[in-house]
Each structure stands twice: as structure tokens, then as C-alpha cells.
Write a protein that binds this ligand. Structure first.
Ligand SMILES: [Zn+2]
Length: 851
């Protein structure tokens, strides 16, 4: 144990840095207020300017912009280290690159590199933008390291390259600051903004660390993680106000089964060290090993890339407004007992005032403790990280790898899966000749992902199915709630076939690097064809169709299967009459996509239902809902035009002229019905849909519209429209039935327009949603009668077996399509996208077939 590194927090409001350090502008000189002052937040442009100013004023600091955020704001990395290290960043990055390639260097080369390497620490702030403390603290941290010259700061600068990410969500800071300032000195001061603080993902923006769909995730993975391979990522968050003052690792069980034990131990050691340094600095209420697990890779990229992610969760205030909490108001929750002294919570907080300055102090002490450990134990951090990667390329376990066959239901989905793996620096190879193995005939062009590679644990974690442990509060008691979803198997989620190899392929056939295919969908013109048919099996078909509809082409869907030369297209193929203009438009539409398009002599007029561009409304509650954001993300990505429609607009207007389909994304029944409370938000933002909104939506459907709702929204609709369906899971306790985010096996009616293009079996991401018996209407997908669980945790299999997962229920001249699962969960559940897209298209097909 190192001696206490920090006795008391030095106020960042000091007028100048006069401890023998370097003259650099202080945050308070720059901002006009001290970091952490009540009611004051540095805005993103100020943070950007300050980090750039430090770059100019100090040779310890280098600030670079690595790209733009989702909404076009600059995204920054600020490197802080000794002047010598800063002058040689390229050479240090090269050292990191070579050490992360353990099969390409000898032991002696490795030892030389380790002796020369620095610990690389990334501190990432305020990805959840209402958790403002991290970003505000980053100014104080940068200033302290740039200006002070004591032995600890010098040790850190010499031994550590700090890559400070002052905000992982700059757009969010701008939005939160704007809302906070607008509500200052009103009754609503300190409330959370009534919109998502990240355009598409809101609070889910830290659930994207394996799918890499968002601009910010892609920047950080590409420009920071994959280039710098940080040994430590310290990720700064905040949580509820009335629990612990700060929570640090070790995380609670279960740990991801493929995370290297060395990384798990280091994580526990560092988290505990940081907690002890906070305690030594007199900061009470610090706990380890409560609430948070690290099972899902969606929140922990580094655990599968030779590093660790330390999460801190400080108690929040009301954005930047202080609060006062009496000890008796502290609440126990999820195993967290803020008033109880214990081995993992050595000095409980006794209550009182709690302010942004407290959060900034805790974050700053934790950051410096983290950096000092990285500095003092530089060779251990660097050496162990290398050992982990070296073990990954030398110690073969079972499974040996995965084959992703070329032949797929949706070729584009398989391509996307491979791109996800490659983005995470997993090596994917292509078979060059036929191989018989474990009863499989592997073919040239099939892709092979071996687990014996440096990031093989990432590949395995994403490609295998999950067996999430059944952990109870006490023997025979209710199950413990996992922190996040329990299933992330990409082949299942994306509807891709992959085979696990349980024996080594020997001799390994010659492999080539994967050939990058620009697109698959359209490589020839069919001069004789009277029309073109777009196979509905690929998700990308929706992109092509929406492009053609927007360009004014007449697109129809064929309701039966279509023989086209040697190919049999399933029901639901899209057909469009051939013309020179069409051929040109198809060429544009197909760029970079993987759809299956062929010439046909089929006449679109016969046995086909004409489509038109659907007019789509997306219900937008003022209570921010991540599923609403993801819905817009997917609609934008696939070229569906849409408009938001708020509570008041639904309550007060006739919607039938404006929209063909209205989507009600998952949210709790209470949030949809009641919205925010009027005591906490003004009239404009409170109230929810209420009975008036429900009546309007019902009218909309009865007049011929299509409503689409899932999970909580489907519960809301079945209740408020009195739908002729029965939720067979209603009233069950978690001991009877519990599925906190698992992939379940569904059987799909592919003859029904909403099932068009789907395989007859698919995996659906289910999260304690409803499951029905349908009395009137059409059941389009049902859970497997035999074994519904494919991946994750399922308690009470018999309760859901054989029940309805997706139904179309007639409402007057229109219909409502209800899903019990999440059809596009976090842009991960791509195998069920088509059900969602088809529900939208069904709104503009003349017969709803909702019988
Ligand atoms: Zn958070």
C-alpha cells in the first residue's frame, strides 16, 4: 500500500499556480467561477477552449480534436504527460502497438518494450451528461497536472500517459447546461431535461461498446482504444443521491466468463486502492463491490482488449444545485446499505449538505489515486497487460473458433457481424478450400474466426451463447437482478448462422485475409427483365425500397412465393418495373449494401400490393425514453421518413390525416399514461398521454391507421384499448418468471405480411415483457413450445412456452401490431428488424390481414 497521496483537496480557485509549477491559466481565471461552484457549469465550448489553451500554455498538454459528435460538435482528447513523453507521443503509441501484437515480438523484444513503455490511462468523463461532475472535474485535473511540480505530479507525468476525454458526450453537456440554465431560479431548477441528452441513445450511450453504432463510440474505439490500448480506463459516472457517496470496483458477480483473471484481479486491486485513498483523504461513504456487475460487454470493451475499466459512481446532486440529505433519508437498494459500516464500506457518510463541489472532489481524488497507482506500478501494469495478450495467442482452449458460412438467410447481416468483429480488431479469415470438420462441410468463402488470437476473448464472447448464472438473494429466494441484459450473442441477435468449433481444424487449411466486398446486391443489369425483384430476406432490402419509394418508383410486394429462374423468393418480395431510370437509381441505392436483387419477368400488377412511402409518427414522451431514440436511429439508418409526435399533439389533434403508422416505443405504462408529475415539470412537459391521448390513438387506428407498440407500450395499449388479448405473464413474481434481457426462440408465420422475409425461427430479445393469448387477431410469432431460451437467463420456461410474441389485432378499419419483446433493441437485435419494418409497410398495404 502506498502512503496517502492526497491529504486535502486544493481549491482550483487559487489565483495562480505558485507552487513552483508552471504558469498556466487556472480554470477559475478562465471561467470566472471555480470548478464545482454551486449553480455553475462550464459549457462544452468553454471546456474545448480551456483544453486548447492548456495545449498552448503547457508542454505537458496536447489537445486534439478526433472528429465530430452525432450533432457536429468537436470531440476532444487531451494528452497529459511529461514534456518528454508529450514530444514523443508517436513513438509511445508505436510501443503500445507492438506490445499489443504479442505473437509478432520475441520475449527479449517484449522486455525491452515493457521497460520503455508508459502506463496508459484513459479517464473518460460524463458519458451520461446529467452526471455533470466528471467533465467539470476534468478542468481541475488538467490544470493540476499541467501546473504543479510536487513529487507525485512528477511521478505521474514521467510514468503515465493520461488520455483525458473531458466528455464522452459533448452534445449532452450542451443540452443539459441549456436546460439547467433555463430552469435556474424557477420551481424546476435541477430537474433532468425532458428529452434525451444524446440524440439517439440517451442513457444507453454506454451500452454501445460492442455494436459500435454511434459516432462517439466509433471515435473512441478507433482513435483511442485501438490505437493506445490503455491499461486502465477510468470511467466517471454518478448515481442516485440517497445511497453511497461513491461506488468503485471490484464489481459484484457475475464476471464475464471470458475476462482474463489477471484483469479481474487488477480491477479489484485498483478499485480498492482508490477507495482507500478517498477514505485516507477523509471522504466518507465510499463503497466497493456493490450494485454494479461487469457481465455485459456492451459496457466494457477494455476487458476484452487487455485493459480494465474502473467505474466510479458518485452520489448526484440536482445537476449543479446542492442538496441536503439527513442520514435517516439514506436508502438501501440492490444490496447497497449506505448507513451500515462493513468491510466494503468502511466509513459511512453521516448526511448533510452535498454539492457539485463534493462530487468534483471525490472524482479528483479518485483520478489522482488511479494515476498514482499507474505511475508507481508502471512496469506491473504494462507487463501484465502484455501477459494477458500473450496468453491469448498461446493458450488454446475450447471453443477453437467459429465458422460463419457464406450461405446465409441475410448475407448483409453476416457482413455486418464480421465488420463488428473487425472494428474491434478481431482477425477474420476466409477459407480457400472445402474442409470436412465435425460433420460440417465448410466451403471456400466461409469465414473463420479463431479464438487463439490476441482479442479472441472478445470474439468468443460475441459469438458464443450465454449461460447466465441463476443467482438468488438467498437459497430458494427471488433472483438477483442483473445490472444489464444477460444475452449478447451476435449470431442469434443478428439472425446469422455460425458454427462453434469444438475440435481444432488440423491441418488448418490455407486462409486468406477476408476480401472486402463493397456490395453484393447489384452487380449486373438484366436487359431482358421486365422488372426487378428485391429479396425480402435481407434487412437492407428496406433501405433499397425506401430509396426507390422516395425517388417516386412504384414498388409492390408479392404476397406469394416467386420462382425466378433457379431462385425461389419467399412471400413478400418487392418488385419494381424495369426502366433505364430504375437501373440508375438501383445502382445508387445499392451502394455499399448487401441485398439480393435479380431481374424477373414478373408483372408487378398481378398478385402484388402496391406500396407507398409510409407517413410515420414516432410517439415522443417528455419522459426521455431510450427506445424512442433507438427507434429514430434505426428509422434514419434505413431511410424511413418520420416525425415526432408529442403527448399534447396526440391529445389534441386528429392524427389520421397526418400519419399512416404511429410507433409507440417501449416505456413504462405509467410514464406513457401520466408522463412527468406536474409538481416537478411545467404543464407543457407533464401529464403523459392520459385517457384523451389513448382515445385519440384508438380513433386513429379505427379510422384505418396502424399502431405499433412493444413491451411497456404494448402493455399500455392492451390496457387502454381493452384489446382482445390476455397477458399470460401478468401477476407472476420474479421467482415464477424472470427474463431480464435474454434471447428467446420464436416461430414466425412467414406467410403473414408482418412475417415476410423472416426465417421461420428467430431469436427475440425479451426483457420481462408481456406474452399473450390472442382471442381476436393474428398471432404472427410465438415462443418455442419446447425450449424458449437460446441465450441468457430464463426462469419459468413453461410460463412463456408457446405464447404469442407478436400479434396484429384489428381495431376498426385499422390495426395495432404488438410485440412482447424489443424488436430492434439497441440496434443489436437485427434479426427481428424485419418484423418491425413489415409492421410499418403494412400500414400502407391496402389489406391489413388483421383477421
Ligand atoms: Zn452513468
Amino acid at each position: 500500500m502506498s502512503p496517502p497521496i492526497y491529504v486535502e483537496w486544493r481549491s482550483v480557485s487559487r489565483e495562480s499556480s505558485n507552487t513552483g509549477g508552471l504558469e498556466v491559466t487556472t480554470p477559475s481565471e478562465f471561467l470566472g467561477f471555480a470548478v464545482g461552484d454551486d449553480h455553475r457549469l462550464a459549457d462544452w465550448p468553454q471546456v474545448v477552449d480551456y483544453m486548447r489553451l492548456l495545449d498552448q500554455e503547457s508542454d505537458r498538454v496536447s489537445t486534439i480534436e478526433i472528429g465530430k459528435t452525432t450533432e457536429g460538435n468537436p470531440f476532444l482528447l487531451t494528452f497529459i504527460s511529461s514534456p518528454g513523453n508529450i514530444a514523443n507521443l508517436d513513438s509511445h503509441m508505436e510501443t503500445q502497438r507492438r506490445l499489443a501484437d504479442p505473437d509478432k515480438i520475441s520475449d527479449s523484444e517484449a522486455n525491452e518494450l515493457i521497460a520503455d513503455a508508459r502506463s496508459v490511462v484513459a479517464i473518460t468523463c460524463s458519458i451520461h451528461a446529467t452526471e455533470v461532475g466528471g467533465t467539470q472535474m476534468s478542468l481541475a485535473l488538467a490544470h493540476q497536472l499541467a501546473s504543479e511540480d510536487d513529487s507525485r505530479v512528477r511521478r505521474i507525468l514521467d510514468n503515465v500517459i493520461l488520455i483525458l476525454v473531458p466528455s464522452l458526450n459533448p452534445d449532452g453537456l450542451i443540452k443539459v447546461k441549456r436546460w439547467y440554465d433555463a430552469t435556474r431560479d424557477t420551481h424546476y431548477e435541477g430537474s433532468i431535461p425532458p428529452y434525451l441528452y444524446n440524440k439517439y441513445t440517451g442513457h444507453d450511450n454506454n451500452r454501445d461498446w460492442f455494436m459500435f453504432t454511434q459516432a462517439e463510440t466509433r471515435l473512441v474505439v478507433d482513435r483511442l482504444y485501438n490505437r493506445w490500448r490503455p491499461h486502465i480506463i477510468f470511467d466517471i459516472h454518478q448515481t442516485r443521491s440517497d445511497g453511497m457517496r461513491m461506488i468503485l470496483p471490484p464489481f459484484v458477480d457475475p464476471v464475464g466468463p471470458n475476462v482474463d483473471p489477471v484483469l479481474q484481479s487488477e480491477l479489484a486491486a485498483l478499485g480498492t486502492h482508490m477507495a482507500s485513498e478517498l477514505t485516507a483523504a477523509g471522504k466518507s461513504g465510499v463503497a466497493v463491490n456493490v450494485v454494479y456487475d461487469s457481465y455485459s460487454p456492451s459496457r466494457s470493451y477494455s476487458h476484452y482488449h487487455g485493459g480494465i475499466r474502473v467505474l466510479s459512481e458518485a452520489a448526484s446532486v440536482r445537476i449543479a444545485s446542492p442538496i441536503s440529505i439527513d442520514r435517516t433519508q439514506l436508502k438501501s437498494d440492490r444490496g447497497e446499505r449506505p448507513t451500515a459500516k462493513s468491510w466494503n464500506h468502511t466509513m459511512p457518510w453521516t448526511g448533510g449538505k452535498w454539492s457539485l463541489k463534493d462530487i468534483v472532489e471525490y472524482d479528483l481524488i479518485a483520478s489522482l489515486a488511479c494515476l498514482d497507482s499507474a505511475a508507481r506500478n508502471r512496469d506491473t501494469w504494462v507487463g501484465n497487460s502484455f501477459k494477458v495478450l500473450r496468453r491469448a495467442v498461446t493458450k488454446q482452449g475450447n471453443p477453437y473458433g467459429y465458422v460463419i458460412p457464406k450461405e446465409q438467410h441475410d448475407t448483409g447481416a453476416a457482413q455486418e457481424l464480421i465488420e463488428v468483429l473487425e472494428f474491434a480488431d478481431v482477425e477474420v479469415q476466409e477459407l480457400t478450400k472445402e474442409v470436412q470438420h465435425e460433420g460440417l462441410a465448410l466451403k471456400p468463402g466461409d469465414h473463420l474466426v479463431l479464438t487463439l488470437q490476441r482479442f479472441g476473448t472478445f470474439a468468443q464472447t460475441m459469438l458464443e451463447t450465454q449461460k447466465y448464472p441463476d443467482i438468488r438473494h438467498y437459497p430458494g429466494g427471488p433472483p438477483k437482478h442483473p445490472y444489464d441484459s444477460t444475452a449478447h450473442s451476435l449470431p442469434l441477435a443478428m439472425g446469422v448462422t455460425a458454427h462453434e468449433l469444438n475440435k481444432p481444424i488440423e491441418p488448418l487449411p490455407r486462409l486468406t485475409d477476408r476480401r472486402k466486398q463493397a456490395s453484393f446486391c447489384y452487380d449486373q443489369v438484366f436487359p431482358e427483365a421486365s422488372a426487378y425483384a428485391i429479396n425480402p430476406k435481407s434487412n437492407a432490402s428496406a433501405k433499397i425500397v425506401n430509396h426507390l419509394l422516395a425517388a417516386g418508383f412504384q414498388v409492390s410486394r408479392v404476397s406469394h412465393s416467386l420462382h425466378n429462374g433457379s431462385e425461389l423468393l419467399p412471400p413478400g418480395a418487392f418488385v419494381v418495373e424495369s426502366s433505364q431510370q430504375l437501373i440508375e437509381s438501383l445502382r445508387d441505392a445499392c451502394d455499399g449494401k448487401f441485398a439480393d436483387i435479380s431481374g424477373t419477368d414478373f408483372k408487378p400488377v398481378a398478385n402484388a400490393i402496391e406500396l407507398r412511402t409510409p407517413k410515420i409518427g414516432v410517439y415522443q414522451s417528455y419522459v426521455p425514453a431510450t427506445e424512442e431514440g433507438w427507434t429514430r436511429f434505426i428509422l434514419d439508418e434505413y431511410g424511413f421518413q418520420h416525425e415526432p409526435v408529442w403527448d399534447w399533439a396526440i391529445r389534441e389533434t386528429d392524427l389520421s390525416r397526418r400519419f399512416d403508422a404511429i410507433i409507440i416505443p417501449h416505456q413504462t405504462v405509467r410514464q406513457i399514461q401520466r408522463g412527468f408529475n406536474q409538481a416537478s415539470y411545467s404543464k407543457r412537459y407533464s401529464g403523459g398521454l392520459g385517457d384523451a391521448g389513448a382515445a385519440r390513438l384508438k380513433q386513429f387506428a379505427e379510422a384505418g391507421g396502424t399502431l405499433i407498440a412493444w413491451d411497456g407500450a404494448a402493455r399500455w395499449a392492451t390496457r387502454h384499448f381493452d384489446l382482445p388479448v390476455v397477458n399470460l405473464l401478468a401477476g407472476l413474481t420474479h421467482s415464477d418468471f424472470f427474463v431480464p434481457g435474454s434471447l428467446l426462440d420464436i416461430r414466425v408465420d412467414t406467410q403473414h405480411p408482418i412475417g415476410y422475409g423472416m426465417p421461420s425461427n428467430a431469436a427475440a430479445l425479451f426483457m420481462n415483457g408481456p406474452a399473450w393469448r390472442v382471442n381476436i387477431g393474428k398471432s404472427i410469432a410465438t415462443y418455442s413450445k419446447e425450449k424458449p431460451l437460446l441465450s441468457g437467463l430464463l426462469i419459468g420456461s413453461k410460463k412463456i412456452a408457446g405464447t404469442t410474441a407478436v400479434a396484429a389485432v384489428p381495431l376498426g378499419k385499422g390495426q395495432i401490431v404488438i410485440f412482447g419483446f424489443r424488436p430492434h433493441f439497441r440496434a443489436q437485435a437485427r434479426g427481428t428488424y424485419k418484423l418491425f419494418f413489415n409492421a410499418i409497410y403494412s400500414s400502407v398495404m391496402s389489406n391489413h390481414q388483421g383477421d
